[in-house]
Design a protein around this ligand. Structure first.
Ligand SMILES: Cc1cc2nc3c(=O)[nH]c(=O)nc-3n(C[C@H](O)[C@H](O)[C@H](O)COP(=O)(O)OP(=O)(O)OC[C@H]3O[C@@H](n4cnc5c(N)ncnc54)[C@H](O)[C@@H]3O)c2cc1C
Length: 365
């Protein structure tokens, strides 16, 4: 079996490795360097704190594989609320997650402060902690996945922009190549690539931004502030602070962070901790969105598969979703036991839906 893959991010590279390990003849085409899309620009937060059973099953498997590959640094993931309504939502999420058997707990703000004294807890109305969580270094993940795919026999061609000449044919710089199957895991470009073979995807793009501070000498968990709408994680002795998301044209995603984002994220971080570090660097990257916030993963035409629409959670899911796709394409039994095929079916939408990638078009992030 010969499979062509478009996109050398964490998803395309995982599919490539898993197919090649099953003896499939794989060629992956990446228009830039591996990881030059969203994957190499991610924050690298991974957790299983999902209230939906399919999401939780995918996350569990992905975390297991990151551990197996020695890429995951264990680190709790905390999410906090400030108002009453957000606090109620956090408590409900914990109940739902615990019902799924996840190692998630509500934790009193004072207890969180006791464990992490640098976290300012006075205004917090609810806190939850997912213990089965960690962080990865996105560039290390991508390099390792590329190495793994190549070691298993896949050909990874960088600097190779391709288009679809048919559902299972790619137009490359060397001419047209026919495959038994094609996987398009090209991030925001997935929509326009499959449009060339008559497939319409309900896919939008937004831009997410992060900054990294100067080194700080404190212990912190990864944390998402649901009311302040920002997050942070420890990052190589410093702290990465993220969000600043807004809708963007997929072909026009400025990779440099906006100064307004840097200023406002730093201000929110300083108010939420006892720390006031300076900013060392910052950047932005593209994220994909769907009308129901579930990804688009599966077959869109005979032999033609897509994987996109991660809503900012693609890195933490790639090891499981990539494996699932490789299993489906090669006809093997699937490892993740969840109704993924139905729930993430890319044809569940007509493709002409109009929606805002961040849900609320008036939201300022
Ligand atoms: C700032 C930021 C922070 C994030 N933080 C997290 C996080 O903490 N945890 C998490 O799970 N997720 C996070 N994400 C989301 C995550 O990065 C993405 O969901 C994930 O990387 C998507 O992987 P992918 O392989 O689908 O796409 P990408 O990594 O975007 O890869 C697609 C590749 O396709 C290539 N391509 C496009 N068109 C063509 C073509 N015509 N021919 C050949 N190649 C082509 C691109 O160059 C690109 O390299 C974050 C994203 C951003 C931007």
């Amino acid at each position: 079996m010969q499979v062509g893959i478009v996109g050398g991010g964490c998803v395309g590279l995982t599919v490539a490795g898993d197919l090649a390990e099953r003896g499939v003849d794989v060629t992956l085409y990446e228009r830039g360097d591996v990881g030059s899309g969203a994957s190499g620009r991610a924050a690298g937060i991974c957790y299983d704190a999902f209230a939906d059973p399919t999401d939780a099953a995918v996350a569990r498997r992905a975390l297991d594989r990151y551990r197996e590959w020695d890429l995951l640094t264990p680190r709790p993931y905390v999410w906090v609320a400030r108002g009453d309504e957000d606090a109620r939502a956090v408590r409900e999420q914990v109940t739902e997650m615990r019902a799924l058997g996840l190692d998630v707990e509500s934790i009193a703000p004072e207890r969180l402060g006791g464990r992490y004294p640098a976290v300012e807890t006075r205004e917090l109305t609810a806190c939850a902690m997912a213990n089965d969580a960690g962080t990865v270094t996105p560039t290390a993940v991508v390099e390792r996945l590329a190495e793994r795919a190549r070691a298993a026999g896949a050909t990874v061609r960088t600097g190779s922009a391709v288009s679809l000449a048919g559902p299972t044919a790619l137009q490359t710089a060397d001419g047209e190549s026919a495959f038994d199957a094609v996987v398009v895991a090209a991030g925001p470009a997935t929509g326009s690539l499959v449009a060339d073979v008559g497939v319409a995807l309900a896919l939008e793009t937004y831009r997410a931004q992060v900054l990294v501070t100067d080194p700080v000498n404190v212990s912190l968990p990864s944390l998402y502030d649901a009311s302040g709408e920002f997050y942070w994680r420890p990052w190589a002795g410093a702290i990465l602070v993220g969000d600043g998301a807004h809708a963007v044209d997929p072909e026009n995603c400025d990779p440099a962070a906006d100064s307004e984002f840097v200023e406002s994220a730093l201000e929110r971080f300083r108010a939420a901790t006892a720390l006031s570090p300076a900013v060392a660097r910052s950047w932005a990257g593209p994220c994909t969105a769907t009308p129901d916030r579930d990804p688009l993963v599966g077959r869109v035409a005979e032999g033609c598969w897509v994987a996109t629409g991660w809503q900012g959670h693609g890195l933490m899911r790639a090891p499981a979703i990539g494996e699932w796709l490789a299993e489906r394409i090669s006809g093997a039994a699937t490892t993740v036991d969840a109704p993924l095929a139905e729930q993430f079916d890319p044809t569940r939408f007509d493709g002409d839906e109009t929606f805002h990638p961040l849900g609320d078009p008036t939201a300022e992030w």
